[in-house]
Design a protein around this ligand. Structure first.
Ligand SMILES: CC[C@H](C(=O)O)C(=O)SCCNC(=O)CCNC(=O)[C@H](O)C(C)(C)COP(=O)(O)OP(=O)(O)OC[C@H]1O[C@@H](n2cnc3c(N)ncnc32)[C@H](O)[C@@H]1OP(=O)(O)O
Ligand SMILES: [Co+2]
Length: 134
């Protein structure tokens, strides 16, 4: 069911500093920051040959990244995003197999303008998974 690894997300306190360390330290191409207030994040993408790194800084008081950084103050890997050909079919199959979909279970538009869903880390070895419509 799952296809390409779309991105690995890293929660950071300071997006400018994290972007600079990838750009200047590792010589990577890093996109300009974008605010996604509906998701409580400010993001930038590091472009790699085979996938992307999504740098996530909290935006707003109720950001899920803010809560995560309280427990991981130096920053940490936050989630993996896999592409699926049919997001609704994937969701229904996961529910049937006993996995829990986070939130209201309905897809929301993510950073690439495509529908996404998040899966409960407790269903997948303690790893938060984002599924994105390919
Ligand atoms: C969509 C736009 C963009 C894109 O790529 O397109 C993004 O990726 S935005 C990313 C930000 N959005 C989200 O993360 C949405 C999904 N996340 C959530 O709904 C919450 O963060 C949730 C439910 C995973 C955690 O809820 P909460 O913040 O209330 O966490 P708690 O501190 O109460 O923790 C509960 C429990 O979950 C464990 N936890 C929390 N975050 C993670 C994580 N990233 N990976 C693995 N486990 C996580 C936490 O340790 C607690 O465990 P427990 O054993 O109960 O103590
Ligand atoms: Co993501």
């Amino acid at each position: 069911m799952i296809g390409r690894l779309n991105h690995v997300a890293i929660a950071v306190k300071d997006l400018s500093a994290a972007s600079a360390s990838y750009r200047d330290g590792l010589g990577a191409k890093v996109s300009a920051p974008v605010d996604l207030p509906e998701h409580g994040v400010r993001i930038a993408f590091v472009e790699l040959a085979n996938t992307k790194i999504e740098l996530l800084q909290p935006l707003g008081e109720h950001s899920p990244i803010g809560r995560f950084l309280v427990k991981n103050p130096d920053g940490a890997i936050h989630h993996l995003c896999y592409e699926v050909e049919d997001l609704l079919a994937a969701r229904d199959r996961l529910i049937h197999s006993g996995a829990r979909i986070l939130g209201d279970g309905a897809p929301h538009i993510g950073a690439h303008g495509k529908p996404v869903l998040f899966l409960d880390p407790k269903s997948f070895a303690g790893t938060l998974i984002e599924l994105e419509q390919a």
